[in-house]
Ligand binder design. Structure first.
Ligand code: KG4
Ligand code: ZN
Length: 320
C-alpha cells in the first residue's frame, strides 16, 4: 500500500511517500527554522502562511523523489490534530482536496500517533515486539504510551504543564542560545559539568505524569542569583545540569512504565529523542531483556510526514 502523507502541524512543511508503513520512498521537509529564528520562536500566523506557500511544491517533490505518480498512490493521509490550527488547516485541506480530486481514500492522523509509529519506519514488522512502551517527547508534548498487537496507542501519562522540548527551548533562550534550543543545549552541555547545579526533579501525583515548568523556574532563579551575565563555563554547566535532570526524569518514568506493563521494547520518539544523552542513559539503565529502539534517522525524530504515513498504514491495518 502506497501512502502520500502531509504534515503541517507546526513549523515544518512536510510530505512523504511510504510503502506499507515502513519503506520510505521520499521524505521531504521544508523547515521554517530560519524564519522563526528571527522572532526566537514560532509565530502561528507566519507559520500558516509559509505552509500555504510551500506545500504545493513539497507534495509534488515527494511524489517525484519517490518516482511515483498520483495514479499509483493508494491513500492520502494528513495530520489533523494536535497542533497550530492555522497550520493544520493548510495540510488537512490540501490532503482532503487532493483525495477528492484524485478519488483516493483520505486518512486523518493524530500527530502524536505519527511520532509513536516513527519507529516502524525502515524496520521489518517482525522487529517490533509487543508490548511496547513509547515515550513521545518533543516541543509540544511529553507522553507515555502502551502499544500492543492491536496497534492502538493507549496513553499512560503526560506532562501536566510544559513539554520537555519546550523546557529545552526556554532554557536555551535564558542562556542566549539560538532557536531551536534542544540541539543548542545538547552541544553546550557536552562541555559542561552536570553535577555543578543540582536542579530538583518534579514530583507528580500520578507517577507516570511529567512536569517541567518547575525546573525552568529553578534555572531562571539560578541565573538571576549568579548575577545575570554568565561566562561560557557557567552556561555550559547550567546546560549540562539541566539536561541531566530532564533526561533522568524521562528515563526513570519510561523505565517505570516498561516495568509495570512488562514491555518487551521501549521506544523513544519526537524531537527530544534525538538527544544523545537521553539515549545513552536509557541504554545504561534499561534491563538487558528490554530492547531500546529510537527512530532510524534524526529526520524521523523531529516532525516529518513519513511517520504520518506509518501511522496511517497502522490505522488501515486496524480497520481491515
Ligand atoms: O517533534 P518536534 O520536531 O516538534 C514538535 O512536535 O514539537 O520536536 C521539536 C523539539 C524542540 O523543542 C527541540 O528543541 C527539541 O525537539 N529537540 C531536542 C533535540 N533536538 C530537537 N531536544 C533535546 N536534544 C536534542 N538533540
Ligand atoms: Zn511533533
Amino acid at each position: 500500500m502506497l501512502i502520500l502523507a502531509i504534515e503541517t502541524s507546526c513549523d515544518e512543511t512536510a510530505a512523504a511517500v511510504v510503502r506499507n508503513g515502513a519503506e520510505v520512498l521520499s521524505n521531504v521537509i521544508a523547515s521554517q527554522i530560519d524564519i522563526h529564528r528571527v522572532t526566537n520562536g514560532v509565530v502561528p500566523e507566519v507559520a500558516a502562511r509559509e505552509h500555504t506557500k510551500q506545500l504545493p511544491y513539497i507534495y509534488q517533490q515527494a511524489l517525484s523523489e519517490a518516482k511515483v505518480t498520483m495514479n499509483e498512490i493508494d491513500a492520502i493521509a494528513a495530520t489533523e490534530s494536535p497542533g497550530l490550527i492555522g497550520s493544520l488547516l493548510v495540510g488537512m485541506q490540501t490532503a482532503r482536496t487532493l483525495a477528492l480530486v484524485h478519488n483516493k481514500k483520505y486518512i486523518p492522523i493524530n500527530h502524536i500517533n505519527g511520532h509513536v509509529f516513527s519507529n516502524w519506519l525502515e524496520r521489518d514488522a517482525s522487529e517490533i515486539e509487543f508490548p511496547v512502551v513509547t515515550l513521545t517527547v518533543s516541543g509540544g508534548h511529553t507522553d507515555l504510551y502502551l502499544v500492543d498487537q492491536d496497534l492502538r496507542p493507549h496513553k499512560l501519562g503526560q506532562t501536566l504543564d510544559d513539554a520537555a522540548g519546550e523546557a529545552f527551548d526556554k532554557v536555551a533562550k535564558m542562556l542566549g542560545l539560538a532557536y531551536p534550543g534542544g540541539p543548542a543545549i545538547a552541544s553546550l552541555a557536552a562541555q559542561g559539568d552536570k553535577l555543578r547545579f543540582p536542579f530538583p526533579e518534579a514530583k507528580t501525583d500520578q507517577p507516570l505524569d511529567f512536569s517541567f515548568s518547575g525546573i525552568k523556574t529553578s534555572v531562571l532563579y539560578r541565573i538571576r542569583d549568579l548575577g545575570g551575565e554568565l561566562d561560557q563555563k557557567t552556561k555550559a554547566d547550567i546546560a549540562a545540569s539541566f539536561q541531566a535532570t530532564v533526561t533522568k526524569t524521562l528515563a526513570k518514568k519510561l523505565l517505570a512504565a516498561a516495568k509495570k506493563y512488562r514491555a518487551k521494547q521501549i521506544h523513544l520518539a519526537g524531537g527530544v529523542s534525538a538527544n544523545q544523552h537521553l539515549r545513552e542513559l536509557l541504554l545504561e539503565l534499561k534491563p538487558n531483556d528490554t530492547a531500546l529502539l529510537y527512530p532510524k534517522q534524526i529526520s524521523y525524530c523531529t516532525d516529518n510526514a513519513a511517520m504520518i504515513a506509518a501511522a496511517a498504514f497502522a490505522e488501515e491495518r486496524i480497520n481491515s
